[in-house]
Design a protein around this ligand. Structure first.
Ligand code: NAD
Length: 358
């Protein structure tokens, strides 16, 4: 297969980690007989420096023409003083909205080799943690009308939560499809005991579930979900939820699996196109020192193979390579522990690429 991948390496550690993501994808192409063409374009602070804006038209076109996008991270102190519209982070929001990326997938998997990084008790950790949160990304309370007004001598603020059936259905389908590709359990998280949006959500979830008889649908109220995530995270396979609940729960689930440097994500729409990036920021404190952990980016590349290119075997091969390299005791500084061997971003990337086999 031939695929075009646009690379937005971004700022600070962005170029260091995306280089290792590309190395892994090149290894996959070689081992499995594919061809991936990479096109690197400026984004974030780098684009502000080169073109005056964080998401230039040329970058937008390169994203639209690609089969998928690999993104590093944006931002840094150099651009912190810029007006809001020119901040590198604004480029992220512009890109997600311009490309219509309504679905955010955030897997939280505890690698057994890194169990020490989990803040939960060992008997909970032993059961394993492997959760995919599917979060709606372009609707709900973050995108409804926001207003602060004066009334009766004080300020009153309102934020409108709004969802159409169409918006709910398309994200639920992402959830059902993801569950179908994993262990077949979908937990639909809402607050249907209080919110109309959630009652509509629950109704649509049950209506769609008839199309996915192979997926077990579980309804869960968001307050209970927050508790269950720390009480027994092993019960979850895929969680599907609206924008704000997903924002909060996906951060909770990433916390329980330890290092931020390990966590990948995908932002998707209705076709096979997607943007793949680690969940962390640009880590200015370690930029240029070969200290960054590239695993979040490499696992994001694995998600690209799985979700945009339907290359499940190739994705498995990348994830297996990460696990094997962790087994050999190699660790970047952020996940270092006693008796292990500390390596830099480049050496970790090289070791993982070399471990990719059919
Ligand atoms: P951060 O995620 O960049 O860093 C938080 C901490 O985690 C730092 O100590 C950093 O060294 C460490 N860290 C992050 N990624 C790591 C990795 N791969 N390997 C090892 N350690 C890693 O968050 P921050 O410091 O709050 O933000 C820094 C900049 O990133 C800001 O400008 C922020 O706006 C931006 N940001 C960008 C994105 C994005 O590009 N999607 C997301 C969040 C923050």
């Amino acid at each position: 297969m031939n695929k075009r991948i646009t690379v937005l390496s971004g700022d600070c550690i962005g170029p260091e980690i995306t280089a290792q993501g590309i190395l892994a994808l090149e290894a996959v192409a070689k081992v499995f007989g594919h061809r991936f063409d990479f096109c690197e374009v400026p984004f974030g602070g780098a684009a502000v420096d080169a073109c005056g804006v964080p998401f230039p038209d040329e970058t937008r076109r390169a994203c639209e023409e690609a089969d998928a996008v690999l993104l590093g991270s944006v931002g840094g102190p150099k651009w912190d003083g810029l007006p809001k519209e020119l901040r590198p982070e604004k480029g992220l929001l512009q890109m997600r909205s311009a490309l219509g990326l309504f679905g955010n997938l955030r897997p939280a998997k505890l690698h057994p080799q890194l169990a020490f990084a989990c803040p939960l008790r060992p008997e909970i950790v032993e059961k394993g943690i492997d959760i995919m949160t599917v979060r709606e990304l372009t609707g709900g309370i973050y995108f409804g009308a926001h207003e602060t007004r004066q009334q009766d001598g004080q300020r009153i603020a309102t934020d409108l939560m709004i969802y159409s059936e169409g918006e709910i259905d398309r994200i639920l389908r992402v959830g059902f499809e993801a569950a179908r590709k994993r262990r077949g359990r979908l937990t639909s998280v809402e607050k249907s005991n209080v919110l109309d949006c959630s009652r509509l959500w629950r109704e649509r979830a049950h209506a769609l579930s008839t199309e996915y008889p192979d997926v077990e649908l579980i309804d869960m109220l968001v307050d209970n979900a927050a508790m269950q995530l720390v009480r027994d995270p092993s019960q979850f396979d895929v969680i599907v939820t609206e924008n704000m609940f997903g924002d909060i729960l996906s951060d909770e689930s990433s916390m329980i699996v330890g290092s931020i440097g390990m966590m990948p994500s995908a932002s998707l729409r209705n076709d096979s196109f997607g943007v793949y990036e680690p969940i962390h920021g640009s880590a200015p404190d370690i930029a240029g020192k070969d200290l960054a952990n590239p695993i979040g980016t490499i696992l994001s590349a694995a998600m690209m193979l799985r979700y945009s290119f339907s290359m499940a075997q190739e994705a498995d091969a990348v994830e297996r390579a990460v696990s094997e390299v962790l087994d050999t005791g190699l660790r970047t500084a952020d996940i270092m522990s006693g008796g292990m061997k500390q390596v830099g971003c480049r050496e970790m990337g090289r070791a993982i690429a070399a471990a990719i086999r059919a």
